[in-house]
Every structure is written in structure tokens, then in C-alpha cells.
Design a protein around this ligand. Structure first.
Ligand SMILES: Cc1ncc(COP(=O)(O)O)c(C=O)c1O
Length: 377
């Protein structure tokens, strides 16, 4: 017999987990260490407090309105989103100010963006004139105003219009378009945000922002007020976050973190992990767990076992995680023991789980729904 849990039964299961030792959870289980998460949110909020720029955290890391609400309670005006459907899930979860830091191109995305603008403060990025015309027509049809930022390619080599005259022409098109409000410029230093070479991270980020500010000045000289310049990721929070003229910072990973990022930016702790069970001990120096790619996600960086520096980086297959001691020594772990594993890329791993167990002192304190999980539309 197949048992289908209704949403209500799901809620009951969540409720039943609260207050119980997290070691009782069926594994692999996604955990958020509340103390570390709270410290990360507080540290980022403290960094931006009193500075000209504010943090608008990227929700693609956690995809959970409960986490977004904590970031907003700490001072963020709203969240950054990667897609329109993610923004919808955030607004459904009570967030009232969302920036879609990406193009809304498909008729579905444009339609839903405009519908969302009836319920929340909504902004979106553009990098082409046709899209400006489509957004404008839809906004007028819906009777809404959508704020728009012109996305610059000032070094990333992904989306974005060229700086200078091309950006000016696009910004003028936005400013002329009914139903749209020109807010400013979006640039993202994604090409260096995780660079291990701190000097390069700084130099390339500042170079990108120099170009961005030249474009901002050009727009202002030509009579277009630039209210926002938004950019940034966790690896550059203290570089672009303090650069003169930047008004918003989009760091996302800082709230959960992963080992590779933590090594470069130790200010933020590892809050997210998968609780896994040791399922096999095929050799003294080898431990196999029940957490593989299906729960930890594929990523160029390896997953790491928390509190087990004797292990090298994991080797993952779909449903297994393999850990081997670095020096060939015997591991003390036994079949049935549990370990927490930090994924190589926290955002990709969090996107695999409908819920996350928020834990403190060995117990589940809350169960948070990642309602924007899989929202890539
Ligand atoms: C446009 C944009 N802004 C901000 C971020 C957040 O970066 P991070 O997760 O490194 O903090 C990303 C990451 O993918 C991004 O694509």
C-alpha cells in the first residue's frame, strides 16, 4: 500500500519533531545549527549597520521564508531572488520587498512578476531593450509599477549590458517606459567572489565597481537619477559592501556557508549540514554513510565531515558518502554512528530539501519549510 501524506500530515510530522533529539531524525536529515545561523545573521547585520549600503540577502541559499524573516528582523529591507518563482514563494511567506536579480523573459515570468507587484514591492534586472518593452506592456496591462535595475557586465561575463553608452541607452529606455521605474544599476563580481587570492578578489571587485560608478556618473550627468547600485556576494561583503556609491549588497551564502567558502571568509560559520548515518565500515580507514549526491548535491568543492579532521574530502556517489582517513589510520566510527556532513556548496544542497531542521543543544527547535525549493522558473 502506498501512503500519501497530505500537507496536514506533513505539518503533524514537523510538529512531532520539535523538541526531540535531532539524533532521532531519519537520516540523511538537513540541519541548521541555530546558534551559528544567528551569529552569521548578526555578524552581517552588524557589519552593515551605520554604513551607506545595506544587506539584501540572496534567498537562493536557504529558500526558506523563516530564514528570510530573521534576516529582515536583523535590518535587511527585503531579499534578493534568483527567479520570479522564488520571489513568489518569498512573498507567499510574508516577505514584502523582493528584488529579482535576473532577467524575467518568458511570458510566464513577466506575467507572474507583474502579478507579484500587486502584492509586494518588486524590482527586476534588465539587460536588453526588447525585454524593457515587454515588461512595460505587461506592467501597464496589470496596472502596476515595476522597479527596474539595469544589469551591467562590468567583468563577470554572464548577463548584463556593456557599461557606458549601452547602459545609458537602456536606462533611458526604462525611464521612458510606462509602468516601469528606473531605480539604478546592478553589477555582480561573481567572477572573483570566491577567489582564494584575497588581493585579486579585492582588485577585481574594485575594478568592476570603478567601471560601474563611471556609468552611474554618466547616467546622472544625463539627467537620470541612480537610486541604487546593487552588487556583491559573501566573499566580497567587506570589499564591495563598503565601496563608495554601493547602496545594496546581495550576499547569500554567509547565512549557511560551506567549507570552501568558510576557508576564504572565516567570519561566517558553518551552519548547514546533513546528518548522516554510517552504514558500512568496509576497511579500517574507510567510512561509508547514507548521504550522497542526492542529498549533498554535486559541486566542484567536496563535502566535509564536521568534527572529523582525520578525513579527507568526501567521495560521493548517488546515495553514499565515502570518507577515508588522510593518513590511513583506523577510524573509531562504527556502523550506526551519526556524523554531520557540510556540503561542498550549501546553496545547491539546501535546494534538495523541502524542510530544514533548526537545531540547538542537540534538539530540534523548529522545522522550517524551504518553500522556494526548486523555484527556478
Ligand atoms: C546575482 C547574484 N548576487 C549575489 C549572489 C550571492 O553570492 P554568495 O552566495 O556568494 O553570497 C549570487 C550568487 O549566486 C548571484 O548570482
Amino acid at each position: 500500500m502506498t501512503v500519501h501524506f497530505s500537507g496536514f500530515a506533513d505539518e503533524l510530522l514537523d510538529h512531532a519533531a520539535v523538541g526531540r533529539p535531532f539524533s532521532e531524525l531519519p537520516t540523511p536529515a538537513p540541519l541548521v545549527d541555530l546558534a551559528v545561523l544567528e551569529a552569521n545573521i548578526a555578524a552581517m547585520a552588524a557589519f552593515f549597520r551605520g554604513r551607506p549600503a545595506h544587506i539584501r540577502p540572496h534567498a537562493k541559499t536557504h529558500r526558506a521564508p523563516a530564514v528570510a524573516r530573521r534576516q529582515i528582523a536583523a535590518g535587511a529591507p527585503g531579499v534578493t531572488c534568483a527567479k520570479v518563482s522564488m520571489a513568489e514563494a518569498m512573498v507567499d511567506g510574508g516577505i514584502t520587498d523582493v528584488y529579482v536579480a535576473n532577467q524575467a523573459i518568458s511570458p510566464w515570468a513577466i506575467e507572474h512578476l507583474c502579478r507579484l507587484a500587486r502584492r509586494a514591492k518588486v524590482a527586476v534586472a534588465v539587460d536588453q531593450a526588447d525585454n524593457v518593452a515587454q515588461l512595460s506592456a505587461a506592467a501597464v496591462a496589470h496596472g502596476v509599477t515595476v522597479d527596474v535595475l539595469v544589469e551591467l557586465d562590468a567583468g563577470l561575463g554572464r548577463c548584463g549590458v556593456g557599461p557606458g553608452e549601452p547602459a545609458l541607452a537602456l536606462a533611458q529606455a526604462v525611464a521612458r517606459a510606462p509602468g516601469l521605474g528606473f531605480r539604478g544599476l546592478h553589477a555582480y563580481e561573481g567572477h572573483v567572489v570566491q577567489s582564494a587570492d584575497e588581493a585579486r578578489r579585492r582588485a577585481e571587485t574594485e575594478r568592476m565597481l570603478e567601471v560601474t560608478m563611471e556609468t552611474r556618473d554618466l547616467l546622472v550627468r544625463r539627467g537620470l537619477p541612480v537610486h541604487e547600485v546593487t552588487c556583491g556576494g559573501t566573499g566580497t561583503y567587506d570589499i564591495s559592501g563598503v565601496y563608495p556609491g554601493v547602496t545594496e549588497h546581495q550576499s547569500g551564502s554567509y547565512v549557511y556557508m560551506d567549507p570552501g567558502y568558510h576557508e576564504k571568509v572565516p567570519r561566517f560559520g558553518l551552519a548547514f549540514s546533513l546528518l548522516c548515518t554510517v552504514v558500512s565500515r568496509p576497511a579500517p580507514d574507510r567510512v561509508v554513510t547514507d548521504g550522497g549526491l542526492q542529498v549533498l548535491a554535486s559541486s566542484p568543492a567536496a563535502a566535509m565531515a564536521k568534527g572529523h579532521p582525520e578525513f579527507g574530502p568526501s567521495r560521493l556517489s548517488e546515495e553514499h558518502g565515502k570518507f577515508q582517513t588522510l593518513d590511513g589510520s583506523s577510524s573509531d566510527l562504527r556502523v550506526g554512528d551519526q556524523i554531520e556532513v557540510h556540503p561542498g556548496h550549501c546553496c545547491a544542497a539546501a535546494n534538495l530539501h523541502d524542510r530544514v531542521f533548526a537545531v540547538r543543544g542537540g534538539r530540534v527547535e523548529a522545522v522550517w519549510r524551504a518553500t522556494a525549493r526548486g523555484c527556478s522558473q
